[in-house]
Design a protein around this ligand. Structure first.
Ligand code: ATR
Length: 232
């Protein structure tokens, strides 16, 4: 797929920015939507490394881009760039003119779940980074019984102080949960959190938020006989 380094990007209307960006499906999805709606707009893929992201966003705004989708690993920096972020830690969508940022990831995640898992079902989240905490906030709003685990437990302290209903578990033990979400980045380095797979319920769903690849977590879930979903 065609993509541009941010300094060499031609003027345009909308774009996705990431690093890497060549794997993004956003240009194809937006081109199809524009065609369907009869809109004469351009949508490009642009690479911007983390240490140049502020200059890249300012440059694209000056070039006349109206909005950007922001992908990994730039979402926290896009949040910092926005003057009016309507999210807590990261954003995936920027309106460049108003410097507004929003995150549609958490809502998109909930909508991607099978209907019977969208309600308040017992859920275990693994990891405690920005992705895990933003999703935990969204899920707890539905009244879910939420269990959280992280390799470094103290990273959940602030969240637990704000949300006393959530329970921190000492081991990644899925017993009693219908949904187990791997929000760690372990899959990116070919690893998996040490889930106690022999304790998972047969009707549970295991989800890895890592995008577009079979992670060891998903392979182990399959071997344990439960349904799986990747982060696509
Ligand atoms: P993001 O903003 O995408 O959530 P992050 O803040 O780097 O990314 O968080 C990555 C998460 O993956 C952390 O919870 C990290 O655990 P630590 O807080 O203990 O560092 C977790 N993680 C990364 N590699 C892991 C591994 N091999 N096993 C278990 N957890 C891992």
């Amino acid at each position: 797929m065609t993509w541009h380094e941010w300094r060499e990007a031609p003027a345009g209307d909308y774009a996705v920015i990431g690093d890497p960006v060549s794997h993004s499906r956003s240009p194809a999805m937006h081109a199809a939507a524009y065609r369907e709606l009869g809109l004469d707009l351009t949508y490009r893929a642009i690479r911007g490394p983390r240490d140049e992201i502020v200059q890249a966003l300012d440059h694209l705004a000056a070039l006349g881009y109206k909005g950007l989708n922001v992908t990994v690993p730039l979402k926290d920096l896009a949040f910092a760039w926005a003057d009016r972020p309507e999210a807590t830690v990261s954003v995936n969508t920027l309106c460049l003119g108003s410097r507004t940022g929003i995150s549609t990831d958490e809502e998109g995640f909930v909508r991607s779940l099978p209907e019977d898992l969208r309600g308040p079902v017992p859920t275990l989240i693994l990891g405690a980074g920005g992705t895990a905490q933003a999703l935990a906030r969204r899920l707890i709003r539905d009244g879910r019984l939420l269990q959280v685990w992280n390799r470094t437990p103290a990273r959940w302290d602030g969240f637990l102080a704000e949300h006393p209903g959530a329970i921190q578990v000492a081991e990644p033990d899925p017993a009693g949960c219908r949904l187990i979400i791997n929000a760690t980045s372990a899959g990116l380095s070919g690893e998996s959190p040490p889930v106690l797979w022999d304790r998972i319920a047969p009707d549970a769903l295991a989800v890895d938020l890592v995008y577009g690849r079979r992670t060891p977590f998903l392979e182990q879930a399959e071997a344990a006989g439960v349904a799986t979903l990747d982060g696509t």
